[in-house]
Design a protein around this ligand. Structure first.
Ligand code: FES
Ligand SMILES: [Fe+2]
Length: 396
């Protein structure tokens, strides 16, 4: 299959149909208030609301009558009412009332608006937009969303204006941590001394039951040990970067001896081919009760440099903020399949990622269950996405 299919997520496209087999994050509990929210997911315009009974509704944005936006609808006990002619819809999309039709009219019974199943887990709201809407696959029990012994924080939702795949692919490309995110070996943007320009760790890319991971290695403090950093991709579009403690805090190299206590999950949902939204969950099991307060300032998009008055480059300055550094590189790549590339040995993670996603897309095209869509049995277990930073015994 042509790589270019990966960029396109609209209805009927191979990648769009594949994405529609999974539950995707469409919002957070914290940000859903008492007014409807318009969102775009996989190229579809939708409206999202919670009725007073607490039920969540995700419906087509445009009213099926004459297409005004339900983003301005009134939320009522039984659902959402279009402000134009007052058609009322429940969370399943069923039209319940049409006030301007004659008394006794049953026309409303024939109108069922587009609606998708929605579920809430651990502060995130997931939707299933696939063909089995009456009997969707189970929502995976992602460990940071169901475990309670640690502390969980959901960061501010982030919005990007380039193609989803550029972001996802970057997670399978660990050498960029040592290069893009460095400034010098002792004080890079990525503050972990593990990733530095002068001593780039070797990495392996391996497929896992949930997706894949890249495992970077350096010799450990004793001959039978090694320093390890693992970063994961989980189907369909989740990245897990576990070493946030080292990335954002100045810590001595010796801190790596104890490993990281924070898991950093990014749930990516494509809005369309040019935009995506990122929902970030941190799950911390270390001893610091104020960990997230200390982490918060590092999330700002500030760099060390001032913009020069003659600098017209959109993403400049970017050095000094991991997020801006990523946005600059990923936002300038253009679409996969349309850009020219010369892949090198250091792209082995990217190559594996493309292969496993294309395989999953082909599985959907053949009518099968793609990797990452769980059976009921598989979904009983908590889903753990690997991430490890620290010391391990060397495996022969
Ligand atoms: S456009 Fe919505 S009720 Fe007429
Ligand atoms: Fe990065």
């Amino acid at each position: 299959m042509n790589l270019g299919v990966l960029a396109h997520v609209g209805p009927g496209t191979p990648t769009g149909e594949w994405f529609r087999r999974y539950w995707l994050v469409v919002g957070t509990t914290r940000d859903l208030h008492d007014i409807p929210q318009a969102i775009k997911v996989l190229g579809e315009e939708l409206v999202f609301f919670r009725d007073p009974k607490g039920q969540l509704g995700l419906l087509g944005l445009h009213c099926p009558h004459r297409s005004s936006s339900l983003e301005y609808g009134d939320i009522e006990d039984r659902g959402i009412r279009c402000p134009y002619h007052g058609w009322l819809f429940d969370v399943s999309g069923q039209c319940l009332e049409q006030p301007a039709e004659p008394k006794g009219s049953v026309f409303h019974q024939k109108v069922r608006h587009l609606s998708y199943p929605v579920k809430e887990l651990g502060g995130l709201i997931f939707a299933y937009m696939g063909p089995d809407r009456d009997d969707p696959p189970p929502l995976p029990k992602y460990s940071p969303l169901v475990n309670h012994e640690g502390q969980r924080s959901i960061e501010q939702t982030r919005y990007y204006d380039y193609n989803w795949f550029n972001y996802i692919e970057n997670g399978a490309d660990p050498v960029h941590f040592s290069i893009l995110h460095r400034s010098n070996p002792n004080d890079g943007t990525w503050r972990s001394w593990f990733f530095n320009f002068h001593d780039i760790p070797y990495f392996d890319a391996v497929e896992t039951p949930y997706g894949m991971k890249v495992i970077s290695r350096k010799p450990g403090p004793t001959p039978d040990t090694e320093y390890i950093d693992e970063k994961s991709f989980a189907f369909p579009s989740i990245l897990q970067i576990g070493d946030t403690e080292f990335t954002h805090f100045k810590k001595p190299a010796s801190a790596l001896m104890n490993g990281s206590h924070n898991e950093h999950f990014m749930f990516l949902t494509p809005d369309d081919d040019e935009h995506f939204t990122l929902f970030t969950v941190n799950y911390y099991t270390g001893p610091d009760p104020d960990f997230f307060e200390k982490l918060a300032p590092s999330r700002q998009l500030t760099t060390k440099e001032e913009k020069k008055e003659y600098d017209r480059r959109r993403y400049a300055p970017f050095r000094g903020s991991v997020r801006l550094e990523d946005m600059m590189t990923q936002g300038t790549q253009g679409l996969i399949g349309e850009r020219e590339e010369h892949l090198a040995t250091s792209d082995r993670g990217v190559i594996l990622l493309r292969k496993i996603i294309l395989n999953a897309i082909e599985t959907v095209q053949r009518g099968g269950r793609p990797k990452g869509v769980l059976t009921q049995d598989q979904a009983e277990k908590v889903l753990k996405i690997d991430s490890f930073t620290g010391i391990r015994n060397r495996k022969e």
